[in-house]
Structure formats: C-alpha cells, structure tokens
Write a new protein. Structure first.
Length: 253
C-alpha cells in the first residue's frame, strides 16, 4: 500500500525538488501539489493523504493556519519545509514531526522521509497532542527577537541581538555585523525588521538596519540624506525616505 502524499509550497522549484526526490520511492504516491495554504486545506480534506510536506510560510494561509483549519485530529503525518531557522529547534524539541530547512540535500530528505514512514498509520492521541504543542510553540511570538539561530560551516549557534551593530541586505540573506565579525542569515530585511524591537533597531535605508545605541554621530549630506557614524567609525547612509524614523532626534539637532 502506497503512502499517499501531498506537497504544499508556494515556490514551484521547491515543489519540483520534493516531487523529484519522491519519484525514486516506490512506496510513495504524490496525489496533489498545492501553491498556498487554502489549496493545502482543500487537498487534505479531499485526498485524505498519509503524508504532507508543508511549507511554514505561504500566501493566503500559512502552515500553522492549515493545521488549525483542518484540525489536528484530521492531519496526516507532516514534514515541515521552510527557509527560516527560527522554527527548527522548537520543532526538534517536541519531536512530533520532522523539519527540512531549505536548501536540503538528498540524505537529509531521506532521513525525514524515514521518520515520516514510521509515523504514518500511528497518528493516535499522543501524536496529535505533540502536533498541537508544536503548532502552539512555533507561532511567531508577540514579543521581539532576543536571539537568532545562525548556521555556519555545519554548526548551529545562537547570536544575541544585543551583539549586533548593524545589518545589511545580501541578496536572499542578511549580513549581521558584530564587532569585527559578520554572519549570514537566510532572511529578508523586511521580515527581520518586523521581528526586531523598533526601540532598539532602526531601518535607515532599504538595505540597512542599525542598532540605535551603536549610533555615535549624524552628519548631513545632500538632499536630506545623512551619514550615520557608528561607534568604531563605520559610516552608513541614512536615506531621505527613512529620515522620519529619526525625526525626533534630528529635530533636536
């Protein structure tokens, strides 16, 4: 009997990657692919799959919303798939489902699939209880971030946000500057800005966020722009479009 599987991810390449890896598994049948949370809800309800590869962040309805809408008791075995590290450790703590962090390799995928196979057919009350705890634990907290999970050279470590001097955009990543060191984090500037305390961090440019108490001096430039000089001498540009965020300080200058 084959494991009926649904893939839910808003990225076409991500869906294609999972589907390609599953093609080599004779006991797995992909019965539906979904582009957003609403489609995932419909697929789970209509197909009654045994296994769901579920992206955490999707348009319309995110992964947690899918589970809450369908109901924990009606969910199949789930492998979460996402690009964001901050959910990973909590997912492993409850150990109810597995967690794939993009980009993942074939070996890591097969490990997740093996764990899912072991779970298929034995959802039961205990599994549902753990899944409910996972949903509650993985929701983005109301407070602001106090630390970040950094992956580097095969290791994972924690970085307190109070250690960050400034942040710059780096393609699909952000670069966190801490003294003489820097660390890459797979995150967008807009998403990270929303998770940081605005009383401690300021967006001064579309590509730059600074920690407020690291600012040593503001120097006027042209057309309303400023140079933000950090302690230690690093010079950054405060663009006119973000000037109002420092209006209180500038009005007193």
């Amino acid at each position: 009997m084959k494991i009926r599987t649904v893939i839910a991810d808003d990225e076409p390449l991500a869906r294609e990657r999972i589907r390609a890896l599953l093609e080599d598994e004779p006991d797995v049948e992909v019965v539906r692919e979904c582009r957003d949370g609403n489609e995932a809800v419909a697929a789970v309800r209509s197909e009654s799959p045994d296994l769901l590869f579920l992206d955490v962040q999707m348009p319309e309805l995110d992964g947690f919303g899918v589970i809450e809408t369908v109901g924990v008791e009606n969910m199949p075995a789930i492998v979460f798939v996402t690009a964001y590290d901050e959910y990973a450790l909590q997912a492993f703590e409850v150990n109810a489902v597995d967690y794939l962090l993009k980009p993942f390799d074939r070996e890591r995928f097969h490990k997740a699939l093996s764990r899912a196979r072991a779970q298929v057919g034995r959802q039961g009350d205990e599994i549902n209880r753990k899944l409910l705890a996972l949903i509650q634990g993985l929701k983005v907290p109301q407070g602001y971030l106090e630390r970040l999970v950094i992956r580097s050279s095969g290791r994972i470590f924690f970085l307190k946000v109070d250690e960050i001097d400034w942040i710059e955009a780096a393609g699909n990543y952000v670069r966190l500057h801490t003294g003489k060191e820097s660390h890459l984090l797979r995150e967008t500037m807009n998403s990270l800005e929303q998770k940081l305390d605005p009383a401690r961090f300021l967006r001064i440019h579309r590509s730059t966020i600074v920690r407020f108490d690291r600012i040593a001096e503001l120097q006027p430039l042209f057309h309303g722009d400023y140079v933000v000089v950090l302690q230690g001498g690093k010079r950054l540009t405060l663009s006119r479009g973000y000037r109002e965020r420092l209006s209180g300080i500038l009005d007193q200058a």
